[in-house]
Write a protein of this length. Structure first.
Lengths: 124, 122
């Protein structure tokens, strides 16, 4: 194989379909989630350490910075999971056609949006 | 068979499968914990710590913890091998990628040990 064969993957010259957005968001949310695991473990640690720390954790849901970090983490988890489940459906052959993929992408975006909005309502 | 030394299951097929199995475990765990939090009317410390003191919940949590480690390793390997490539940045890409993977491995191990300490330390 030629080492420096031409490649056209300048995505700024390509118009992205909805399925591409769902896909790149799944990747981005996965990377964010890797950092988010620290937040989740921190919360679990505090929630189990003692009665006082459990209450303090609940209190921290009133602090704007904590609210944002917790919401961001849970939003990434919600999106990644919904898009991930869509992925698993496609692995077993559901929604693999062009049209099916587009419909699946719309459903995933819609469901994730609802969950993320509900999470926001719960936190604020 | 082509094998890549830095992949998790030593072949793409195993990585693919481990990625799916761990995804299912993580989805089940997430839905269970979210359901528990939403459906418990008065979530006190007592109720919460009782849940996490059962053997069943500890096994489930440990499974989730190990799934995170495998899933994140395979997932981030895919991301790194897409962007830190020789085509994009020349030979130094390999070095950079291995360094990045070393850091990720360290973080992943820290998460796992921390998680075990949380589960068995309260
Ligand atoms: C909780 C911590 C989690 C982390 C840190 C995480 C991280 C990642 C990362 C970085 C990727 C690679 C993305 C890519 O290659 O574009 C990935 C892929 C994937 N994730 Fe997750 N994930 C988590 C949970 C979940 C859950 C709950 C599901 C539920 C279904 C899931 C389903 C998937 C699937 C199916 C893939 C494979 C996508 C592919 O092959 O392109 N993940 N994950």
């Amino acid at each position: 194989m030629k080492k420096n064969r031409p490649v056209n993957l300048d995505i700024t010259t390509i118009q992205l379909p909805i399925t591409a957005y769902v896909s790149i968001l799944h990747r981005a949310s996965g990377v964010i989630l890797f950092a988010g695991v620290a937040v989740l473990l921190w919360a679990l640690d505090n929630s189990l350490a003692s009665e006082e720390q459990f209450s303090a954790l609940k209190e921290s849901l009133n602090n704007p910075l904590c609210q944002f970090i917790i919401w961001g983490t849970l939003a990434a988890l919600a999106y990644h999971m919904v898009a991930g489940i869509r992925h698993l459906f496609m692995d077993i052959g559901i929604g693999e056609t062009l049209e099916g993929g587009q419909n699946g992408a719309k459903i995933a975006l819609f469901v994730a949006f609802i969950i993320i909005a509900l999470l926001g309502a719960w936190i604020w | 068979m082509v094998t890549a030394v830095t992949s998790f299951g030593r072949s793409g097929l195993y990585d693919w499968l481990i990625q799916r199995v761990s995804a299912v475990v993580l989805a089940a765990y997430t839905l269970f914990v979210a359901g528990f939090i939403v459906l418990t009317p008065d979530l006190t410390f007592a109720v919460w710590s009782d849940l996490y003191s059962t053997l069943c919940m500890r096994v489930f949590s440990l499974a989730a913890l190990l799934s995170i480690a495998a899933h994140a390793w395979i997932g981030l390997w895919a991301v790194l091998t897409d962007y830190l490539t020789n085509r994009m940045m020349g030979a130094k890409a390999t070095v950079l990628r291995l360094v990045a993977q070393g850091v990720l491995g360290l973080v992943t191990m820290t998460y796992t040990v921390w998680g075990v300490e949380i589960l068995w330390g309260f």
